[in-house]
Ligand binder design. Structure first.
Ligand SMILES: *Cc1c(COP(=O)(O)O)cnc(C)c1O
Length: 357
């Protein structure tokens, strides 16, 4: 691994106690290029622009996928990643689906840890803060030929974030648009999946909702995901979530919530979640909570569901009775080294790791 430190670091102007979310990128980034059938030596180098022409194959044919993960700093200044091997496996699953080369484990893991080590000063430690990390792979060949690119880049960039308390949102259950189709790329974190979701989301916002609950493309009778998050429904004291498939992203937060719920003795059912069953439970007063989960905000609680012009308000649970909030706290406490880690999810980034490479 090549480590090229910035001669002009911006960290001196960054106040980890007081910053605007998403505006600052850490001083370094990881770059690794793929050509002639192999990955070159990765490097940690100063963060900055790269130059491409509009004939870059990513812009024309969309071979691009990414990951979203976080690093946390505890009160003693220790830096931890959360289940990074899940993101490593998933980026390669996405790459395979988009006919891109898989990234070797040491390129992903050592690049990630070296970057966190070199820029550990950028990782905030105040409650609710973390470093959001974006690994990505994209085509870099300059050619207007509708075929698989011969050149790629793997990169990692990162930005400090604050997860504010997110207020409950109203979501529209889609009865027309779909995020993913059977046999499609929904299970991959393909950049294009987001582009396709923006327009239906914009329409839902115009109707007074904040997000879309995606339903299956064939019948629109089954819940799939919510926005860019996996979705959970609580009916009485049982939690339901759609099982993963080629239309559903296998979220790290989803998997963690399932394990944390089971540890608490809460029944979790992974299977079909039918729109009509959810609305039925609502009518009977048995629908307690519906929420989305993902790395960025961990949990997004819903206050109302919209379906075919009707709005269904969800109950406001008293403090301490919400499974969504309980499990969110369980998760964040493990991520930030406040609680024991019975699952072995935290991965510590040792000080000086970059120098050992
Ligand atoms: C990334 C993503 C999620 C959440 O995955 P996490 O690993 O929990 O962050 C859910 N749905 C979609 C479509 C995603 O892209």
């Amino acid at each position: 691994m090549i480590i090229e430190k910035s001669s002009n670091p911006r960290i001196g102007n960054f106040d980890p106690e007081n910053f605007d979310f998403g505006d600052h990128f850490i001083d370094h980034m990881v770059i690794c290029e793929y050509e002639n059938g192999q990955w070159n030596e990765p490097k940690v180098m100063p963060y900055g622009p790269l130059s491409f022409t509009p004939a870059n194959m990513t812009f024309n044919y969309g071979q691009a996928c990414f990951e979203g993960m976080k690093a946390y700093k505890d009160k003693e200044g220790n830096v931890f990643l959360f289940r990074p091997e899940k993101n490593f496996k998933r980026i390669n699953k996405s790459a395979v689906r988009l006919a891109m080369p898989e990234v070797p484990e040491e390129v992903f893991m050592n690049g990630l840890k070296a970057l966190m080590d070199v820029d550990r000063a950028w990782i905030p430690s105040a409650e609710g803060t973390s470093l959001y990390i974006r690994p990505l792979i994209f085509a870099t060949e300059e050619a207007l030929k509708a075929r698989i690119s011969n050149k790629y880049m793997f990169a990692i960039v990162a930005t400090p974030v604050k997860s504010y308390y997110t207020k409950p949102v109203s979501v529209k259950i889609s009865d027309y648009y779909s995020r993913a189709a059977s046999g499609g790329v929904g299970a991959a974190k393909a950049a294009g999946n987001y582009a396709g979701a923006f327009y239906p989301t914009q329409l839902a916002i115009k109707e007074g909702y904040e997000q879309v609950i995606w339903t299956d493309d064939a019948t629109h009778e089954y819940f799939e995901e919510s926005g860019t998050m996996n979705v959970f429904v609580r009916i009485n004291n049982t939690i339901y979530t759609p099982k993963t498939s080629d239309k559903i992203l296998d979220g790290v937060t989803r998997d963690s919530f399932i394990q944390l719920a089971k540890r608490r003795g809460i029944e979790v059912v992974e299977g079909d979640v039918k729109v009509i069953d959810v609305l039925d439970a609502h009518a009977k007063g048995e629908l307690k909570e519906v929420w989305g989960v993902g790395t960025a905000v961990v949990t997004s609680v819903f206050e109302a569901l919209g379906y075919k012009g009707e709005k269904y308000e969800l109950p406001k649970l008293p403090e301490g009775e919400s499974y969504a909030m309980l499990l969110k706290k369980d998760l964040v406490d493990i991520q930030t080294n406040v609680a024991e880690d019975p699952f072995g999810w935290r991965v510590k980034v040792e000080e000086g790791f970059a120098e050992t490479l």
